[in-house]
Design a protein around this ligand. Structure first.
Ligand code: DGY
Length: 321
């Protein structure tokens, strides 16, 4: 179409459904760019029906890791032109279905590397030095004296850490571990994990959840680990066969686990994960700092604004495997 002299190109306003309230300026930025933004107001994620209704007219979707974004949803949103996930992980999105329909998908890459690596170290330190149990004991009147045999943990200097996943977060964990005197080895997708696990005192998971990594840590992997080893998971619960992990903890065939993620999330009431011994469990807080969550929102907004303007997303999701 020929541009009329003096005319200003102005992309039509798009409707954007945002699946939860978000911290930071992301939603204001989308509105300031002229888009009509509907924010799902609930504390909990939208139900499936609410999500389908929310996207029915939308050109843009800002989804969270708690939202299943699949072919059915895309078909229920015939105008959908762009999906931006408020997460670096995108296992909640059917990337192949999006690619088939020509819908670009963006992720909040780069911005949560440090926060997630920091939380990994926090879990490592807390689990290694019994911080949670000793804190509870101190408050509960079980601090009777200085105990030569009480609350004994593990030393970190000289410990062998196996970082599973060669991406940014794994590298950032390795950088933080080095000053503690921890010796780090990486396991990538082409490495023989079962051969590396028996050497590790600490195994920390930083690979994305894909068909290839689902239950990567299964019974065989847990059996290959040292009896006093610590498993840390800050990626996705599905990378670990949780029933096998609970069995290993109950049998004492590994030393302990520190989990930021479970499968499913949250675990149902009465799930045996809540009573497994030597387990430190936090509610998926890897990226939970105010600045990081604001940056994740900005990243999602950048992806939507670009795609709705016909430009490539700055941080697209990986190509479907
Ligand atoms: C992500 O972005 O994938 C994280 O799990 C969120 O904390």
């Amino acid at each position: 179409m020929a541009r009329a002299p003096g005319a200003v190109w102005c992309r039509a306003m798009s409707r954007i459904f945002v699946a939860r309230r978000l911290p930071g300026p992301a939603i204001d930025r989308l509105r300031e760019a002229g888009h009509e933004v509907e924010v799902y107001p609930g504390e909990l994620p939208p139900s499936r029906d609410e999500l389908l209704a929310g996207v029915a007219e939308a050109e843009g979707l800002l989804s969270l890791l708690t939202d299943r974004v699949d072919g059915e949803l895309m078909d229920a949103a015939p105008n959908l032109e762009a999906i931006a996930n408020f997460a670096v992980g995108c296992d909640n999105i059917d990337l192949a279905a999006a690619a088939e329909r020509g819908i670009p998908v963006g992720v909040a890459a780069h911005v949560l590397t440090d926060a997630t690596a920091d939380l990994t170290m926090a879990l490592l330190l807390a689990a290694s030095r019994n911080i949670v149990t000793s804190e509870h004991d101190a408050h509960a009147g079980r601090w009777k004296t200085w105990e030569p045999e009480g609350w004994l943990g593990r030393d970190l200097r000289g410990a062998q850490m196996l970082v599973v996943g060669r991406g940014r977060i794994g590298q950032a964990v390795a950088e933080r571990a080095a000053p503690f005197g921890i010796e780090v080895t990486f396991a990538g997708r082409d490495d023989d994990l079962l051969a590396l696990l028996p050497e590790a005192d600490i195994v920390t998971l930083h690979c994305p959840l894909t068909d290839q990594t689902r239950h990567l840590i299964d019974t065989a992997a847990l059996e290959a680990m040292k009896p006093d080893s610590l498993l840390i998971n800050t990626t996705r619960g599905g990378v670990v066969d949780q029933a096998a992990l609970i069995a290993a903890l109950e049998a004492g065939t590994i030393g302990g686990a520190a989990l930021d993620v479970t499968d499913p999330e949250p675990p149902a009431e009465g799930d045996p994960i809540f009573t497994a011994p030597n387990l430190l469990l936090v509610p998926h807080i890897g990226s939970a700092t105010a600045a990081t969550r604001a940056a994740m929102g900005n990243s999602a907004a950048d992806n939507l604004l670009a795609a709705l303007d016909g430009r490539p997303m700055p941080t697209p999701a990986p190509a479907p495997s």
